[in-house]
Design a protein around this ligand. Structure first.
Ligand SMILES: [Zn+2]
Length: 103
């Protein structure tokens, strides 16, 4: 593995946690592939846990789930409430991106 590439991919798009090894990374279809999401302009690097957590939900659906967890202070697996807050912020930012946010 190219060291500079590993460094580039060191932060998860959703939770912003650092991933210690390149194999811990996955490529997520922001708009789910199962719902017809394409590859082009619809892929982000994220950690395996976020990919599993999001599964085939749209960003809006995932945001609702996370907001409910935060409201009732329910952590998910090894996500602290702080990390959930970061995920919420990054989803929100993506949804409201001026450059054609992905719903
Ligand atoms: Zn993540």
């Amino acid at each position: 593995m190219d060291a500079s590439l590993a460094k580039l991919k060191a932060v998860c798009f959703y939770c912003t946690r650092k991933v210690k090894y390149a194999g811990g990374f996955t490529r997520d279809h922001v708009f789910p592939k199962s719902l017809g999401g394409e590859d082009k302009g619809n892929m982000v690097d994220c950690c395996y846990e976020c990919n599993q957590f999001k599964a085939d939900q749209t960003l809006s659906q995932w945001l609702q789930v996370i907001e409910t967890m935060l409201k009732y202070q329910l952590p998910y697996k090894n996500y602290t409430l702080t990390i959930l807050g970061q995920v919420r912020r990054n989803i929100w930012r993506k949804l409201h991106s001026k450059k054609g946010g992905i719903k």
